[in-house]
Design a protein. Structure first.
Length: 201
């Protein structure tokens, strides 16, 4: 923008002053056009997936950003409705897999540090398939004690001795009732061990 000042005629004083604001075209380009060009340069170096992710949230973009995005999508032939819908489904599936991911279960036995699950609420067992299902909570453990709950899951597994391979059915809100029971059980075991050690000669 530039400031335009128009002065009235007069030899010794200013009789009238008009002030107005006007667009300052730089090289014939308005500020909106310049913004679109800046977005266009930014979008040119993005991957197809990055552009499609932006397209999924296009309502959050400015009009200039949307114009540049639509132009880049069209240039790469990614602007078809079915292409965006396919990507939307793939992204939803990917997010669901991440949400349900239990992560690797492990324990460093020398220190009892790791990630492990505790609790078996809403237990069910199918005798024909040998599959059991239950709700359990994953904890970060230290010295074998469950300390920090990091997720509650509905899981399934083949019932067998030493079977720890879990299949996540769904990720749930943290089950604080189960978490408190696990903490109380762990605290009781620790207190019993301390009491037992004190009784030793």
């Amino acid at each position: 923008m530039i400031l335009v000042v128009r002065l009235g005629n007069g030899n010794s004083d200013v009789r009238s002053t008009d002030v107005c604001l006007a667009d300052d075209p730089v090289g014939g380009l308005t500020s909106g056009t310049m913004e679109i060009q800046e977005f266009a340069r930014e979008y040119e170096i993005k991957t197809d997936d990055e552009l499609l992710l932006l397209a999924l949230d296009s309502a959050d973009l400015t009009p200039e950003a949307n114009n540049a995005l639509n132009a880049e999508l069209a240039k790469r032939q990614l602007n078809r409705a079915e292409k965006l819908e396919d990507f939307r489904r793939e992204e939803f599936k990917r997010e669901e897999e991440i949400r349900k991911d239990l992560g690797k279960l492990w324990v460093a036995h020398s220190y009892g540090v790791g990630r492990w699950y505790f609790g078996k609420a809403e237990y069910s067992y199918n005798a024909e398939s040998g599959i059991e299902q239950f709700r359990t909570t994953l904890f970060i453990i230290l010295f074998g004690c469950p300390l920090i709950p990091i997720g509650t899951f509905r899981v399934a597994r083949k019932k067998a001795w030493f079977s720890d391979k879990l299949t996540v059915i769904d990720r749930l809100a943290l089950d604080w009732e189960q978490i408190l029971k696990v903490w109380l059980t762990a605290a009781s075991i620790v207190l019993i061990l301390i009491w037992t050690l004190k009784l030793l000669p």
